[in-house]
Ligand binder design. Sequence first.
Ligand code: SF4
Length: 200
Amino acid sequence: MSDKYRVKEMVLTLQGEGAMAGTPVVLLRFEGCNLSCDFCDTDFTGTDGIGGGIFTTPGNLADAIEEKWISDTQVNILCTGGEPLLQLDPPLIKELRARSCKILLETNGTLKAPDGIHWICVSPKTNTIPLQNSGDEIKIVWPQKHMNPETFKKLNFNHFWIQPIFDKNYNENLETSIEYCLTHPGWRLSLQTHRFTGLP
Ligand code: SF4
């Protein structure tokens, strides 16, 4: 139990992208990922970020999350990574729900989400099989080689996003993403607002 939950960072901020953009959240970035995408722009290694650490019980972690929250309204917790489903388990979900927290999840979809999560965003990656094939939103970072977003269009989601990869080719990626949305009905452009607000 001493290594139960490994958290890279934990910080109060605004969700930057997708349908929940602008919503106050405690961003809970778990350490580790089960993929190694060549376009990954996230540091999910170690527990040395702001608010990071090792939490030995669901209660310890929930206490730390609640300390980050500054209003007395319902706490939104954005579970991300890395791949949060490597660590977000039923005992932690139960603990957070008992405290009236709303649990938001960003996952690569390769693991099935446990019951009890309020909002699920799946961001599938090339050459993976999405075990989590339903939820609230699906977000394809774009362009990805050997990826056809239309194969995900039939899945049970409410929002379908194309989001330009944030790397040295960003302008080109943005242009390609806009073109995709213009030519493929049902897809909308997701921009990472935290890139220009300076928020985490
Ligand atoms: S799934 Fe996401 S966090 Fe993991 S390596 Fe790929 S882009 Fe990075």
